[in-house]
Design a protein around this ligand. Structure first.
Ligand SMILES: O=C(O)C1=C[C@@H](OP(=O)(O)O)[C@@H](O)[C@H](O)C1
Ligand SMILES: C=C(OP(=O)(O)O)C(=O)O
Length: 443
């Protein structure tokens, strides 16, 4: 599926004076992994068009195969999943989850509810990413999930429990993926009674819940929603294959190209997401508009053009935590200090993104204030040559490529991106696509 790419240990990006062009986006990670799991749980065969081919989808596909779910590639852009109708043929498995939150969290809930003997583990960072709120919610209704390492974190051992759930409650302030996981597993618990999931306290990253509800609906299950507090699945609903389903382009991946267009000329157009998108991260384009860029949108594309220097921004980015990283780097090109607020979840993602972002922006000459849940960036007069560490975080590698733009870095001052292969988590071809919009040679 993903071809093994041979990346160098680092990439040197020479200053790029102008960007222009069109980028066809890879499939959305969030939609791909939800679709794969729903297709596996559904009755019937699902043909998936434009599934993302990356590390995160490989771990989901690998896990499904280990669980006895059959899938095959019809061609390079088409994958067919033979649904198990709520049954997983293999009852004992050891599953490697890499660093994919969209794989381990939904699978934990589904496996705990279906029952069996499963081990779930990942890369070392995965073992530092919290999962306790989800495990607590499931164990409270009779699941049997144990920690085999540190309490509250993977690795996990899931054994067959005795689940009886008409009400579950889950905290939503660390990750929305816990609620997503319970929602997707809820129809498996709602065989002869309704299941209500209550969110305790604040819920972050809300637009991702909308993606979950939208895809569940396409697989035949409707969820009754009472604001963001409570979600009910009525009994007797089963996942049914929609036949075929198309995966939109990834709106978070779109952010790098749109920001490039907003910083360094443009127009840069991304194809695969537009007005009709179900992904919250399309709202990244609104933040660029606030910063003064011109944005135009079609049903399935978005385009960004620069209007000179960007305006500084001060905004709440809780609804688009992933794309917000791109704003932090775009802030290098703004006319003053920008503040990104309400992004505490950055600390528990691929790395501590608040700390990593502050450290790397400072290397470029920016003045940065790192708060518990915010970051404040004052741009330098001139971007310094620097070697950027990426912390095995695809988004650190992708968003720091923008520091090579617009001649704000002196000619000859290369931006070195260490360990560029980490982009394979969601966008293995990222640097080729970035080179494709640069009007001078990149590397
Ligand atoms: O559900 C999803 O597809 C995602 C939810 C978000 O995580 P949090 O809910 O942990 O913020 C986001 O950062 C992640 O990349 C994908
Ligand atoms: C937070 C991210 O990933 P995950 O799905 O592993 O949570 C991300 O892609 O930025």
């Amino acid at each position: 599926m993903t071809q093994q790419k041979h990346y160098p240990q680092h990439l040197d990006l020479e200053p790029v004076m102008h960007v222009q062009g069109t980028v066809r986006l890879p499939g959305s990670k969030s939609i791909s992994n939800r679709t794969l799991l729903l297709a596996a749980l559904a009755e019937g065969e699902t043909v998936i068009h434009d599934l993302l081919a990356s590390d995160d989808t490989m771990v989901m596909l690998g896990a499904l195969r280990s669980l006895g779910i059959q899938w095959d590639e019809i061609d390079e852009r088409t994958t067919r999943v033979h649904g198990g109708a709520g049954v997983l043929p293999v009852h004992e498995a050891d599953l490697f989850m890499g660093n994919a939150g969209t794989a381990i969290r939904p699978l934990t809930a589904a496996l705990a509810v279906i029952g069996g003997d499963y081990k779930l583990h990942g890369v070392s960072r995965m073992h530092e990413r919290p999962i306790g709120d989800l495990v607590d919610a499931l164990n409270e209704v009779g699941a049997q999930i144990d920690y085999t390492g540190q309490k509250g974190y993977p690795p996990l051992r899931i054994r067959r429990g005795h689940i009886h759930a008409d009400r579950l409650s889950v905290r939503g302030n660390v990750s929305s993926q816990f609620l997503t996981a319970l929602l997707m597993a809820a129809p498996l618990m709602a065989k002869d009674h309704a299941v209500t999931i209550e969110v305790v306290g604040e819920l972050i990253s809300k637009p991702y819940i909308e993606i979950t509800l939208n895809l569940m609906r396409r697989f035949g299950v409707t969820v009754e929603q009472d604001g963001w507090q409570s979600f009910t699945v009525r009994p007797g609903q089963r996942y049914q294959s929609p036949g075929s389903i198309h995966v939109e382009g990834d709106a978070s991946s779109a952010s790098y190209f749109l920001a490039a267009g907003a910083i360094a000329g443009g127009p840069v157009r991304v194809e695969g997401v537009g007005r009709d998108s179900i992904q919250g991260d399309v709202r990244f384009a609104e933040a660029l508009e606030q910063m003064g860029a011109t944005i135009t949108r079609g049903d399935n594309w978005i385009e960004a053009t620069s209007n000179g220097v960007l305006k500084a921004i001060d905004a709440d980015f809780n609804h688009i935590p992933d794309a917000a990283m791109t704003i932090a780097v775009a802030a290098l090109y703004a006319d003053g200090t920008s503040t990104l607020r309400n992004i505490a979840s950055w600390r528990v993602k691929e790395t501590d993104r608040l700390a990593a972002m502050a450290t790397e922006l400072r290397k470029l000459g920016a003045t940065v204030e790192e708060g518990p849940d915010y970051i404040r960036v004052t741009p330098p007069d001139e971007i310094r040559a620097a070697t950027i560490d990426t912390y095995d975080d695809h988004r650190m590698a992708m968003c720091f490529s923008l520091a090579s733009l617009d001649g704000k870095a002196r000619r000859g001052n290369a931006i070195r991106i260490n360990d560029p292969k980490c982009v394979a988590k969601t966008f293995p071809e990222y640097f080729e696509a970035f080179a494709g919009i640069a009007t001078n040679e990149l590397f």
